[in-house]
Design a protein around this ligand. Structure first.
Ligand code: A3P
Length: 304
């Protein structure tokens, strides 16, 4: 398991460690996390040029933990809000990924497709970057951060399917799982990513939400998100509008093509259940994840 090397590239930078990862090309390690080189460049651009506003809402996540769902929920919460004025687009017309742009792609990526200054308040952005990559001013800006996470076993299984779908099965599930455990996945190590946001959780500033809680008690958790954003909304309507079936059907009806990452939009709606890992992983694999969680999260209060 990789230990995060704090700020290894700040003082007299050695060449960053590199790895060939799974199926999707080269990765470099930056401050302990593995990313494609272009995301490190985007991180620098974000830190240099993004000034968080008090009304900004940042949706943060590790890939495959429910990002698309959280984007849909937040847009719907705002659109049905009686207390926050906004003109969020309707999800019937757009995929959640088009409603909420990624900081490191559409806004500050290599070829930005959106102008941040033209987005009206409250601005809602998304990121897969770890908290330590985001501008330090985020802490004092008054912006709200919502982090969604999911059990690592289901996260891995979802990632495994996505990559098989995109690139074909190039390695065994055991090899892919070993890479996941070593942290050699986009934005990995998963356990460090989650821990950063967990440790920063704060009643006013950083809300920590789990995929499992949202599935188990959707109304309660949508209300929690709305309260955190300081807004009254139509909770039942939001839950219904953003159900897995509704989002998937809407995506199919729109006949959506390829997303920025080369992924077909409808691949973001696969099964949408808790516990699919049981169909793919062994008990030994689960034990390995538990052991890593015990080691990495020891004393944090965070548990699987
Ligand atoms: P599965 O592959 O387990 O089905 P992300 O958006 O971070 O890429 O996460 C994708 C995962 O969230 C996929 O999990 C997808 O099916 C699931 N998902 C997407 N929309 C959902 C919804 N409305 N309700 C529940 N799960 C959803």
């Amino acid at each position: 398991m990789d230990t995060p090397q704090q700020h290894e590239d700040v003082i007299s930078p050695p060449p960053p460690p590199q790895a060939k990862w799974w199926v999707d090309g080269q990765r470099i390690r930056h401050k302990g996390f593995w990313f494609k080189p272009e995301f490190i460049t985007a991180t620098e651009a974000i830190r240099a040029h993004y000034t968080p506003l008090p009304s900004d809402i940042i949706l943060a996540s590790f890939p495959k933990t429910g990002t698309t769902w959280l984007k849909a929920l937040t847009s719907s919460i705002l659109r049905h809000s009686s207390t926050i004025h906004n003109n969020h687009d309707h999800m019937d017309n757009l995929n959640p990924h088009e409603l909420v742009p990624f900081l490191e792609i559409e806004l500050f990526g290599e070829t930005p497709s959106k102008d941040i200054t033209k987005i009206t308040s409250p601005r809602v952005f998304n990121t897969h970057l770890p908290l330590s990559f985001l501008p330090d001013t985020l802490k004092t800006s008054g912006s709200k951060v919502i982090y969604i996470t999911r059990h690592p076993a289901d996260t891995f299984v979802s990632l495994w399917h996505l990559y098989n779908n995109k690139f074909g099965t190039e390695i065994s599930i055991q090899e892919a799982f070993d890479d996941f455990c070593k942290g050699l996945v986009p934005a990995g190590p998963y356990f460090d990513h989650v821990l950063e946001f967990w440790e920063a959780r704060d009643q006013d500033r950083v809300l920590f939400v789990t995929y499992e809680d949202l599935k188990g008690k959707p109304e309660e958790n949508v209300k929690r998100i709305a309260d955190f954003l300081g807004c009254e909304t139509m909770v039942e309507k939001v839950v219904e509008e953003c159900s897995f079936e509704n989002l998937r059907n809407a995506s199919k009806e729109r006949g959506e093509g390829v997303h920025w990452s080369g992924t077909k939009y409808d691949m973001f709606f696969r099964k949408g259940v808790v516990g699919d890992w049981k169909n793919h992983l062994t008990q030994e694999m689960m034990k390995e994840l538990e052991d890593i969680a015990d080691m990495k999260w020891s004393g944090s209060g965070l548990d699987l």
